[in-house]
Design a protein around this ligand. Structure first.
Ligand code: GCU
Length: 331
């Protein structure tokens, strides 16, 4: 009888010990706790930024044998940009792909990127983002509870409208244009004597349909992916702004990762940026072709009159003078 008791106790002890080590973090054999991250994007499935995040998820999974996973939620399922940035700050959401247009509302230095015509072209923009200015600005996000992992491409933004194209500043006059919820976008539209209506990205389609607005401004992939072309038949490529996207991770989540896992996450994000940039070029070409096929009239207006009309705006933002000078000095 006694012997049987001892054997039962021994079996129980072995069972309980192995259960505890499996459940909590690292065990003597070196196995580590599983980490399940969630990532948000307000663009739909198949969009280059969403595919970029999916690539990052794939790399994390492969490089940790499934220990670190990342589920991607596209299409604004988890909320608009402003809400999801707040979720990242509070740590209820781990990862977010966000436009610097929205992120500038949380870190004002990023506003410098959103000044019209601040980048000469895509090559200039990538030199700035990959160089000191770009990397310093990513690091600066930490004081706002966010860790900037990498930049994604978002091309250049132009005006699209329902009933008449904006081929010159004069043609913008009086048109009601949706803008991102940021003062600089309102100033841009004001400078063209049009009327700015700030609203979230997800509300634009119905605002166009109901006539609350006459048009909006964005890159070709957004016009295509969000189906705004069903309502807007004019797209004038004045390319007034190039505002990159940023992949951020919550500082609260980041600080809990081991230095080794931080390296894995940072590296996967960086590599995903290369994939996104390649997809961006392909998707933009395809979007422009599809837009033409759907009857959208695409024009390439002279950019100079636009540049001239909006340049006085810079004087309203003396606080970014230093960053702007640094950006412009990059050759
Ligand atoms: C871009 C960007 C979105 C952003 C949108 C906007 O399309 O990818 O993240 O929300 O612009 O104009 O709001």
């Amino acid at each position: 009888m006694r012997k049987k008791h001892w054997i039962a106790l021994l079996i129980l002890t072995v069972f309980v010990t192995s259960f505890i080590t499996a459940g909590c973090g690292s065990s003597a054999s070196g196995t580590k706790e599983k980490i399940a991250l969630k990532a948000a994007d307000n663009q739909p499935d198949g969009y280059p930024t969403v595919e970029g995040l999916r690539h990052m998820a794939k790399l994390l999974n492969e490089r940790t044998q499934g220990r670190i996973t990342m589920d991607v939620y596209p299409g604004g399922q988890l909320g608009g940009e402003k809400e999801t940035i707040e979720m990242v700050q509070s740590g209820t959401l781990a990862v977010n792909r966000i436009s610097t247009g929205s992120l500038a509302g949380f870190n004002s230095k990023l506003t410098a990127y959103t000044l019209p015509f601040v980048f000469r072209d895509a090559t200039h923009m990538w030199k700035v983002l990959d160089g000191k200015v770009g990397q310093d600005l990513l690091r600066d996000l930490e004081k706002d509870g966010l860790v900037g992992l990498t930049y994604y491409d978002a091309g250049a933004r132009s005006f699209y409208t329902k009933s008449k194209p904006i081929n010159s500043p004069a043609e913008a006059k009086g048109q009601k244009i949706r803008v991102l919820q940021s003062k600089i976008f309102v100033d841009l539209v004001d400078a063209l004597e049009a009327s700015a209506t700030p609203m979230g990205f997800g509300e634009v389609y119905s605002a166009l349909q109901t006539g609350l607005i006459d048009g909006a401004e964005n890159n070709p992939p957004s016009l295509w992916a969000m189906k705004h072309y069903e309502v807007c038949k004019y797209f004038a490529l004045d390319e007034h702004m190039m505002i990159p996207e940023v992949v951020i991770i919550s500082k609260k989540v980041w600080d809990k990762l081991s230095p080794e896992d931080q390296k894995i996450v940072a590296q996967a994000a960086m590599e995903s940026s290369q994939v996104e940039k390649k997809l961006w070029i392909e998707y933009t070409e395809q979007a422009l072709k599809e837009l033409i096929a759907k009857g959208v009239v695409i024009s390439k207006p002279d950019k100079e009159p636009f540049r001239k009309a909006v340049t006085p705006m810079y004087e309203k933002y003396p606080q970014y003078k230093d960053i702007i000078t640094q950006i412009q000095a990059v050759q």
